[in-house]
Design a protein around this ligand. Structure first.
Ligand SMILES: [Zn+2]
Length: 332
């Protein structure tokens, strides 16, 4: 997925025609990969795909770069900062990418997000750069690394190969964005187009921006997703305990029912129960061990005493690390 090839792109009349037909239709794709661990590939899916896609749980993403090899060329830090700013500045998206400095780390799973110039790191031949994502359950990205193929000559003065263009493209992958289906001709070609096309890729097109906007509308920060739950009838327990380790929210499910999403920072015995407004337990959705990660449940409204009516319910999650509650609106 993430290999950038320097192959020339056919940009004749036929592709222009395709661009005109496609117009502003969303052509972006997201990276779907349910493997837990380090990945450098994934399926390209639409934002609405029922299987979901890779995404961050936090909005602030700090990066370092390794100044060894061509990472030590003048202008590298500024080029990387500009690439990060392009994604930070997308309107209606709250991700903030920042370059915090240099590192001696490489293209490896070590808990830090690193950009590294090297060879033999899974990217050779026509491959310009490669992104690796480290995923936990629920396709949550917890680390990303980028290797820039040091066998090419990298530049920051507008000559090929342009550091900022390729970094902007790879950073798109680190946000869970796959290659777009849109071509658009060189001037309007999205940065997430599969092949290198020079400094025109420094600036994001609307198709690129729509990708991260849609990703964040599907996976908004958990703490602000649902309205705070009112106190459960007959209960004095606080709304949440250990809320930095367990979070829960709910939203209506398109077409009926409700979606309940939760995140565990540490794994363990997990129970998710539903209550009615009178405080009676009506259904247990989960009762068992779960690994750290993010989970989304679809509740169709069935309960232990038959189909529940439309209205307000409560979900409660209980784990060894803490518990949380959220209101659930069931629509039919
Ligand atoms: Zn790519």
């Amino acid at each position: 997925m993430n290999k950038l090839h320097r192959a020339s792109v056919v940009a004749g009349a036929s592709s222009l025609w395709i661009a005109m037909v496609v117009g502003n239709a969303a052509a972006f794709r997201l990276i779907q990969n349910t493997f837990v661990g380090r990945v450098t590939s994934g399926s390209a899916v639409a934002c609405t795909d029922p299987g979901g896609f890779a995404h961050w749980a936090n909005s602030n993403i700090a990066w370092s770069y390794n100044p060894a090899s061509q990472g030590g060329k003048p202008g590298t830090a500024a080029a990387l900062q500009s690439a990060m700013a392009s994604w930070t500045n997308v309107p209606s998206a709250n991700n903030v990418l920042s370059l915090t400095g240099t590192t001696t780390a490489g293209f490896a799973t070590d808990g830090q997000n690193t950009i590294h110039w090297g060879t033999g790191e899974g990217c050779s031949g026509g491959c310009l750069a490669l992104t690796a994502l480290v995923l936990v359950a629920g396709q949550v990205i917890v680390e990303a690394d980028v290797t820039m193929n040091d066998a090419f000559t990298w530049n920051t003065n507008g000559s090929d190969i342009d550091v900022q263009s390729v970094a902007t493209h790879e950073l798109g992958h680190t946000l869970g964005i796959h290659h777009t289906d849109k071509n658009g001709g060189v001037r309007r070609r999205p940065t997430m187009y599969a092949s290198y096309f020079g400094i025109e890729a420094r600036s994001l097109e609307s198709d690129d921006m729509m990708a991260i906007q849609c990703s964040q509308s599907r996976y908004p920060p958990l703490a602000t997703w649902g309205a705070p739950a009112p106190a459960l009838a007959g209960s004095l327990e606080p709304l949440a305990s250990g809320s930095d380790r367990v979070a829960l929210s709910s939203r209506p499910r398109p077409g009926g029912g409700a979606l309940i999403r939760f995140r565990l920072t540490t794994g363990g015995a997990t129970r998710v129960e539903l209550y009615d407004v009178a405080g009676r337990e009506i259904e247990t959705l989960i009762d068992g061990d779960r690994a750290a990660g993010e989970y989304e449940l679809a509740w169709d409204g069935s309960s232990s005493s038959g189909p529940a009516r439309s209205g307000i319910y409560f979900a409660r999650i209980t784990t060894p690390a803490g518990f949380a509650r959220a209101s659930v609106i069931l629509t039919r």
